[in-house]
Design a protein around this ligand. Sequence first.
Ligand code: NAP
Length: 330
Amino acid sequence: MKRAAAALGMAAGLWLVWQRARRKRPVSLKDKVVIITGASSGIGQATAHAFAAAGARVALAARRAEPLARTQAALAIYGTPTLGIPADISREEDGEALLQAVLAAWGRIDVLVNNAGVSYGGWLVDVPPERVRALVAVDFIGPARLTQRALAIMLRQPPDADGVRGHIVNVTSMAGQVPEPGMTVYSATRRALDAFTLAVRREVSGTGVRLSSVYPTWTTTPMVTGIDEAGLQRAGVLWPLEHFDAPEAPARAIIDAVRYNRRVVARGGPQARLAWLAEWITPELVDFYWRALVDLPAYMTLMRRLGTGGSPQAQPLQPLAAGEKLAQPG
Ligand SMILES: NC(=O)c1ccc[n+]([C@@H]2O[C@H](COP(=O)([O-])OP(=O)(O)OC[C@H]3O[C@@H](n4cnc5c(N)ncnc54)[C@H](OP(=O)(O)O)[C@@H]3O)[C@@H](O)[C@H]2O)c1
């Protein structure tokens, strides 16, 4: 008993020392040139406020010009220079134009936050093929191509006073670490982007360019309109240990990733952490949770609102009931 207590005390002490060591020498964000995609809403918008409040120059990108202009106007209170650049990150030419516009204005790119994303939920059999392609294009190919292009710029630019040439933060999701039914394609893109980010981080280690992957969990933004804690709890998904984060929580995680060069920063409550650990140690336990504890049809009813602005998709195709045969063509 005494030995166990001593071991526990030593582990806690080491953990505290490690945490302090990691927090050493935060990078300054003052006057840094920061690009944030998907900056007109939710997590991206909160991140734009956080960087502007820290004195960074912020370039905001999203497809729709009007919400983008509104977000840019709201940043005026911080008195730092901003740019609003309409861009669709799934289009090659828009990605290139975005980076060139920032280089033309400010001469370098210190931070790129690949945050723009789309979602779509429900039974996989109901997901239209164009949605599968759109999810892969916006949630994986877009940020991967922007990372490639920004990396080429950052590797050539001189390091700043902190010795950093540039930092790319890719916003993925805990759904990439603990893949979820009802958001199958989305989970896959988030996992792909995470693996890509951490592989590139290893590839450029020692060059002065840094990469981080940030895992938000349920966050109250327009992406999840129509899905709430109460509904998820009724379906057995969110236990009392879990909650929805405000967009400021992942925004702080993104800032932390840059200031302290974090490899990975996760957000969310204890349930998300437990699920992450369980997925790592014993994924069968997570399989069991979904099979035995979650009311899947009730959960899917909610998931059909994901990424649709709160309105359920029309005409869902339900999976076959036990023993039911697939209809034969002709
Ligand atoms: N909310 C959550 O629960 C949650 C959880 C885990 C991870 N995340 C991740 O966090 C990120 C932000 O999500 P959010 O919840 O803040 O979503 P959101 O409120 O719906 O905002 C998405 C932003 O991305 C922009 N966008 C979408 N498609 C784009 C495209 N093709 N090109 C450029 N911009 C585009 C949108 O503006 P336009 O429509 O005008 O382009 C908007 O500014 C996403 O990567 C998402 O996967 C969210």
